[in-house]
Design a protein around this ligand. Structure first.
Ligand code: SAH
Length: 244
């Protein structure tokens, strides 16, 4: 039994989540997307929520200011696309901030190999703390700006590249496409005006050999606006990156 299973902050692994518990909407809604969280995964989300909540009081890890908001807008939204990720996929999460969507994806799918990229030191410290606390293996944090071409990030090396709230959809395509392996999936998060945003990507998609693979519409509990996850697939070889 790993260390994180020891009792922390009054919770212990194996407690059943009941309606009224702030993690309950995650457990319940995840099922709509075919995700059944085990008790260990529920406990990992509990620790992640409590730590994020504590850290966020001292330093700005996320702009979401309620626990319900963290559970629904960050945890739940992050795991909606994971059913599309191939088994054992290498995943690159660009501008992960407090870990979204890469860290919740890893909790749900321990088979994934995840690289989180973040430029702000305090967020990197937080992410490394969470990875240790939750005893996650097969996930690393790269500190720095994506454009700095860290040798820890491999061009064309990932079956999945994700980016949430980093930039416009078009910019996300431009930033993320060079890291996709052939047939790799680029996962973007978009609000209501999804078709307009996709329309703006046409030129950049063509330049990088991407095609639109699908749109997942959803509404988060407690919100009314329809949101979409947009999936692009790399078909062509794409543009060669400049040698350094
Ligand atoms: N994906 C997270 C955070 C979004 S905010 C979420 O959905 O909540 C965007 C984050 O990307 C910030 O934490 C910022 O520090 C980081 N960031 C912005 N530009 C970056 C770049 N060029 N390389 C790496 N990280 C970047």
């Amino acid at each position: 039994m790993t260390n994180f299973l020891r009792k922390k902050r009054g919770h212990k692994c194996g407690e059943r989540l009941l309606p009224g518990d702030d993690l309950f909407p995650l457990l319940e809604k995840a099922q709509d997307f075919g995700i059944i969280l085990t008790q260990v995964q529920q406990y990992q989300f509990r620790l992640y929520l409590d730590e994020l909540w504590q850290w966020n009081k001292k330093t700005n890890i996320t702009g979401i200011s309620t626990r319900e908001g963290v559970v629904v807008e960050l945890f739940l939204e992050s795991i909606i696309p994971v059913g599309f990720f191939p088994e054992g996929a290498h995943v690159l999460d660009l501008g992960t901030g407090g870990g979204f969507p890469g860290l919740p994806a890893k909790i749900c799918r321990p088979d994934l190999e995840v690289v989180l990229v973040e430029s702000k030191r305090k967020k990197v410290n937080f992410l490394r703390h969470i990875i240790r606390l939750l005893a996650l293996k097969g996930i690393i944090v790269v500190h720095g700006r994506l454009e700095e071409n860290s040798d820890q990030i491999v061009p064309s090396g990932y079956q999945v590249v994700t980016a949430r709230a980093l930039a416009s959809l078009e910019k996300t395509v431009e930033l993320g496409a060079p890291y996709l392996s052939p047939d790799g999936l680029l996962v973007g998060f978009q609000g209501h005006h999804v078709d307009r945003a996709i329309g703006r990507c046409n030129r950049t998609m063509a330049q990088h050999g991407l095609v639109l693979h699908g749109k997942i519409p959803y509404t988060l509990p407690g919100t009314e606006r329809r949101r979409h996850i947009v999936l692009f697939k790399r078909k062509g070889p794409g543009r060669r990156r400049k040698e350094r």
